[in-house]
Design a protein around this ligand. Structure first.
Ligand code: F6P
Length: 557
């Protein structure tokens, strides 16, 4: 295992510290003095057109950030990832989500496994199943085709599928609906199934480990719901027809196929993947089976090609033009030198409304760490908070704080040129109105509005300070021709690699997630107390005991 390089000991860090000390943000001045600035700091990666010019960036800063990348050995670690070294050290695993989107003629053998052959064999099985569902030859117990697919999963087994399903709605097969149940709050299952016809419903139980409490509980609830309804209608009458119903209405996605079988799902109806795929990096594995059903083979293949295009860019583009590398380094610049605690992601595409939620797991489960991959403490802040909502909705909610608040919040704005739904309001193309907001916001954030400009509008002097915009709020603008399956794959891969870059600088294992374990363990310990077990309650702290007492006293049955 190569020890992480402490970034604070590098000469690039010293340079960045100096540059930061002498830095007064002046985006207006930077643009005024360099007419080429926009061009110089705009880069293309596959279909993504990325404008970094409204960031706190100049040639010296860029050079120092790239030097930092060299000194912490990002290129070596990137190659180690692509070639299957066990860079997830705390779990002793390779990190090979990039292999999930390799073309079938690529070659990669890792730990004795022909990775590409296995990936494409599974893809073929998934598409065969998906085409049966889409074509109506996969039928439920009463012979009717499937009209609703319910994906049961949580975390990486939910957030990716639901985000992409929403993002690619125009590509979803007409007449087919997908729903997503994740929360162990029984309301989730109740609401998602209450109007469904069990005869035409298929459940996909997606869980990498097939041990996750939420998913297995929901899978059992779904089985009970299905069999109960089918019994009521007479479609299920005995043990044999129950087994047959589960076979026809349940498939599974997991790395633990033995556990799938133990649950009662036919192993022939299970789609596997491998422990070198992290949950939050798994939407392009069998976890995307619901998407293969919804979108079909062509769109799903284009989706994977999108990831691959960015993988290639990240692996081969020159550092000076390597978009994920530059964006990851800029994030480090803001987190560690400007103390930016959060980063907004603001898609101007309604179909991307779940993208910020998806990114929260990708970025924060990856980089929310306090120890490095050799077990030593981190030497810098890590893991900024990612958050966001689609524009223009966010403009009427939290943009006030980004424009005029006291905190620096770097923001990524995402938009596509071609609307999926080109509607007109009279003569006005509404997408143009929408994109005008996208363009306006980054300009307003960068350049602000001076007191003199405010006064020139005839504003009363007492109100002038409240109406001044300082500007110098850094943003990145990401544009693409349209929200196609390929572009959605590219966007996901872009953020996967940004996350990787930040993790390497900080020296952390971005691929484990031990921080979710304690709460899970405690919930299991506390469950008996919630069910009235006094001895179990007595083991809890006084705050927890009194909360449980409140619950027990107020729960109506
Ligand atoms: O929240 C922890 C976690 O392990 C995530 O990393 C993962 O995506 C999620 O739970 C679901 O896990 P599984 O797919 O094994 O059910």
């Amino acid at each position: 295992m190569t020890a992480p390089v402490d970034p604070t000991t590098t000469s690039a860090w010293a340079e960045l510290t100096k540059l930061h000390e002498g830095f007064t943000p002046d985006l207006k001045g930077a643009f005024a003095s360099d007419p080429e600035r926009a061009q110089r700091f705009t880069f293309d990666a596959a279909d993504l057109h990325v404008d970094l010019s409204k960031n706190f960036l100049d040639d010296e800063i860029l050079a120092a950030l790239l030097k930092l990348a060299d000194e912490v050995k990002i290129a070596e670690r990137r190659e180690a990832m692509y070639t299957g070294e066990h860079i997830n050290v705390t779990e002793d695993r390779a990190v090979l989500h990039t292999a999930l989107r390799l073309p079938s003629d690529a070659q990669l053998e890792v730990d004795g496994q022909d990775v590409v052959a296995d990936v494409h064999q599974t893809l073929a099985k998934i598409h065969d199943f998906a085409e049966q569902v889409r074509g109506g030859s996969w039928t439920g117990i009463t012979g009717r085709p499937i009209s609703t697919v319910v994906n049961i999963g949580i975390g990486g087994s939910d957030l990716g599928p639901v985000m992409v399903y929403e993002a690619l709605k125009p590509y979803v097969k007409a007449g087919l609906e997908c729903r997503f149940v994740s929360n162990i709050d029984p309301t989730d299952m109740a609401e998602k199934t209450k109007d469904l016809d069990p005869e035409t419903t298929l459940f996909i139980v997606a869980s990498k480990t097939f041990t996750t409490l939420e998913t297995l509980t929901n899978a059992r609830l779904a089985r009970e719901w299905l069999l109960g309804r089918l019994k009521d209608s007479g479609a299920v009458t005995d043990e044999a027809s129950s087994t047959e119903a589960v076979k026809k209405h349940f498939v599974a996605v997991s790395t633990a196929l033995d556990k799938v079988e133990a649950f009662g799902i036919d192993p022939n109806n299970a789609f596997g993947f491998w422990n070198w795929v992290g949950g939050r990096y798994s939407v392009d594995s069998a976890v995307g089976t619901v998407l293969a059903v919804a979108l079909g083979k062509q769109a799903f293949t284009e989706f994977l090609s999108g990831f691959h295009a960015i993988d290639e860019h990240f692996r081969t583009a020159e550092a000076e033009q390597n978009v994920p590398l530059l964006m990851g380094l800029l994030n480090v610049w803001y987190v560690n030198f400007f103390q930016a605690a959060s980063h907004a992601v603001l898609p101007y595409a309604q179909y991307l409304h779940r993208f910020p939620a998806y990114l929260q797991q990708l970025t924060m489960e990856s980089n929310g760490k306090s120890v490095r991959w050799d077990g030593s403490a981190v030497t810098t802040d890590t893991g900024e908070i990612f958050w966001g909502e689609p524009g223009t909705n966010g403009q009427h909610a939290f943009y006030q704080l980004i424009h005029q608040g006291t905190r620096l919040i770097p923001a990524d704005f995402i938009a596509v040129a071609t609307p999926a739904n080109p509607l007109k309001d009279g003569e006005t193309d509404v997408h143009e109105l929408f994109l005008s907001n996208f363009f306006a916001q980054t300009a307003a954030l960068a350049f602000g509005k001076t007191a003199d400009e405010v006064r020139a509008e005839g504003t009363a002097e007492a109100v002038v300070p409240a109406r001044v915009f300082e500007g110098n709020r850094p943003t990145t603008s990401i544009m693409a021709p349209a929200l196609t399956p390929g572009v959605v794959g590219q966007l996901i891969a872009l953020y996967e690699h940004i996350t990787f870059v930040e993790g390497v600088v900080w020296g952390i294992d971005s691929f484990d997630q031990w921080g979710v374990e304690l709460g899970k363990q405690l919930a299991l310990k506390i469950a008996p107390a919630v069910q009235g077990d006094e001895a179990a309650k007595a083991e809890q702290d006084s705050s927890t005991q009194s909360l449980i007492d409140y619950y027990l006293a107020n729960r109506k049955r």
